[in-house]
Design a protein around this ligand. Structure first.
Ligand SMILES: Cc1cc2nc3c(=O)[nH]c(=O)nc-3n(C[C@H](O)[C@H](O)[C@H](O)COP(=O)(O)OP(=O)(O)OC[C@H]3O[C@@H](n4cnc5c(N)ncnc54)[C@H](O)[C@@H]3O)c2cc1C
Length: 426
C-alpha cells in the first residue's frame, strides 16, 4: 500500500496533522496502537491557543467544555492571587476551558476521519526504513504484520515515541522534562481553576481543574531531574537514592492532598474512595529543536518534546506543530525537516526556550513569591498575567517585537467561539 503521509499516533497532534495534510491535498493514513475512544493522562486544560487551533480544525467543542471563570494561584508561603478571567474580554470569550481527553481526542479523530483520513486502530508502528524516495512503515506483528510505503511520515506518537527513537538514535529515548500524576475525583460542579506552588514541588506545582458537569481533575507535576528540581523537591527525590521514582512522586501527591486549602477545595473526598485510579505519565518538556525531523520524517507534539517547560501545557503546542508540519509537507520543499525546524523555531521555539529559563526562577520559593507580587500589582498586571499564562500571548511575546501588534496588551483577546464578537489578539 502506498500513501502520501503516514501519521503515527492519533492524539491531538496526529489527528490535527491529518486534517491539515488533507487540506494540503495529501492522502493520509493515521495509525494508532490504541483503540478509540482512549484516555490520555492529562490535566485536560485547554489554553486560548489550544482552543483557537481546535476551532481552526473545524471542530466546535463549545457545549462539551467547562469554561474557567476564576483562577486562584497559591504560592509557597500561602500568598494567593486571583486572576480575572473575563476582564477586557467580550461576553462569551474565554481564556481557558477544561475538557476530558477521552472526549477531546475522540472528537479530533472524528474530525480527521470526516476530512478523509484513513485510520488503523490497535496497530503499533514498529520500524521505519527511510530512503531517498520514501519511507517504509512497518506495523503490527505476526500474521497482522504489514508495511505501508509513504512519501513522508509524521511521528505524533507521544512521549515514548518509537518514531523519535528511529530517527534520533540511542539518545532518542532519553526523557528529560517533567513527570506528573493525575486523578479524577468526585466534587460538585465549579468554574474555579486552582494552582498550588508548595515548596515540595517547585518548580513544579499541583492543580485542581473543574470538569464539565462536576468532578475535578487533580494532580501534581515535578521535574524529573535533580538538577531542575528546587531544593525541597530534590530532597524528596533524593530519598529515592538520587533517582526520580514514581514512588516519590506518589508520596508528593499524597502530601499535596493534605494541604488544608486543597483538602477544603475537594470537600473532604477520600481519594481512595471517591475517585478513579491515580495515573502517572511523563511530560516531555525539555525543548530541543535539533531533533524534530530527519529527511522524510517529522515529529510533532510530545514526540518532538514541545511541551511548555514551565506549565506542562502541551495540547496547544501539539496542535500548532501539527499545522506547521503539514503545511511544510504541502509546500513540497526539498528538505522538509530543515524547513519545518525553522518554522517551528519561529512559532514555538523562542517561547519554549524562554519558558525553560523561567524554570530557574520557579525553583526558588522567593522567585515564585516575587512572580506573585508582580502578577498581583494591579488590574492590568492581573489581566495580562492571566492572558500570558493561558497562552493568549505567546510565552516570549514581550521579548519578540516582531510579534507585537497594534493593540498588543490593550486590545481584547482570548479565545472566542465562532458566534462571538470582539477582537482577537492579532
Ligand atoms: C498528568 C499530565 C497533565 C497534563 N496536563 C495538561 C494540560 O492540562 N493542558 C495541556 O495542554 N497539556 C497537558 N499535558 C500535556 C499533554 O497531555 C500532551 O502534551 C499532549 O497529550 C500531547 O499530545 P500528542 O498528540 O503529541 O501525544 P499523545 O496525546 O500522547 O498521543 C500519542 C498517541 O500515539 C499513540 N502511539 C504511541 N506509540 C505508538 C506506536 N508505536 N504506534 C502507533 N501509535 C502509537 C498512542 O496510543 C497515542 O494515542 C499534561 C500531561 C500530563 C502527563
Amino acid at each position: 500500500m502506498h500513501t502520501d503521509v503516514v501519521v503515527v499516533g492519533a492524539g491531538p497532534a496526529g489527528s490535527a496533522t491529518a486534517v491539515w495534510a488533507l487540506r494540503q491535498g495529501l492522502e493520509c493514513i493515521v495509525v494508532d496502537k490504541a483503540e478509540f475512544p482512549r484516555d490520555k493522562t492529562c490535566g485536560d486544560g485547554l489554553t486560548a491557543s489550544a482552543m483557537r487551533e481546535i476551532e481552526m480544525l473545524g471542530l466546535d467543542v463549545s457545549g462539551r467544555v467547562q469554561p474557567v471563570r476564576h483562577t486562584v494561584l497559591t504560592g509557597p508561603y500561602g500568598t494567593r492571587v486571583e486572576l480575572p478571567m473575563d476582564a477586557g474580554l467580550e461576553p462569551g470569550a474565554m481564556m481557558c476551558a477544561v475538557m476530558a481527553r477521552l472526549e477531546l481526542d475522540h472528537a479530533l479523530l472524528d474530525a480527521a476521519r470526516a476530512a478523509g483520513a484513513k485510520l488503523r486502530e490497535g496497530v503499533s508502528v514498529t520500524r521505519l526504513v527511510q530512503d531517498e524516495d520514501g519511507v517504509a512503515v512497518e506495523m503490527g506483528s505476526g500474521a497482522g504484520r504489514e508495511t505501508i510505503s509513504a512519501r513522508w511520515v509524521v511521528g505524533a506518537d507521544g512521549a515514548y515515541s518509537a518514531v523519535r527513537k528511529a530517527i534520533a538514535g540511542p539518545d532518542g529515548g532519553r526523557m528529560p522534562g517533567m513527570h506528573a500524576v493525575r486523578q479524577y475525583l468526585d466534587s460538585p460542579p465549579s468554574d474555579v481553576l486552582s494552582v498550588f506552588f508548595p515548596a515540595e514541588l517547585l518548580p513544579g506545582y499541583g492543580w485542581i481543574f473543574p470538569m464539565p458537569g462536576g468532578g475535578v481533575n487533580i494532580g501534581v507535576g515535578v521535574q524529573r531531574s535533580e538538577e531542575d528540581c528546587g531544593v525541597v523537591c530534590r530532597e524528596e527525590l533524593s530519598r529515592a537514592k538520587g533517582r526520580f521514582t514514581l514512588g516519590a512522586l506518589g508520596r508528593l501527591y499524597r502530601e499535596f492532598l493534605r494541604i488544608p486549602e486543597v483538602a477544603e477545595r475537594i470537600g473532604g473526598v477520600d481519594p481512595d474512595d471517591g475517585g478513579d485510579r491515580v495515573w502517572a505519565w511523563p511530560i516531555p518538556s525539555d525543548p530541543d529543536l535539533s531533533c524534530v525531523g530527519r529527511g522524510r520524517v517529522l515529529l510533532v507534539g510530545d514526540a518532538a518534546r514541545l511541551v511548555d517547560p514551565m506549565t506542562g501545557e502541551g495540547i496547544g503546542q501539539a496542535l500548532v506543530s501539527a499545522r506547521l508540519a503539514a503545511e511544510t509537507l504541502g509546500a513540497g520543499v526539498a528538505d522538509p525537516a530543515v524547513a519545518y525546524r525553522t518554522r517551528l523555531d519561529l512559532h514555538l521555539g523562542r517561547d519554549l526556550r524562554f519558558s525553560r529559563r523561567l524554570l530557574w526562577v520557579m525553583k526558588h520559593r522567593r522567585g515564585v513569591e516575587w512572580g506573585f507580587k508582580v502578577a498581583g500589582l494591579n488590574d492590568w498586571t492581573r489581566r495580562n498575567v492571566a492572558r500570558w499564562m493561558y497562552e493568549d500571548y505567546p510565552r516570549a511575546y514581550v521579548f519578540t517585537p516582531d510579534r507585537w501588534g497594534r493593540f498588543s496588551m490593550r486590545g481584547r483577546g482570548a479565545y472566542q467561539f465562532a458566534d462571538g464578537t470582539g477582537g482577537r489578539l492579532r
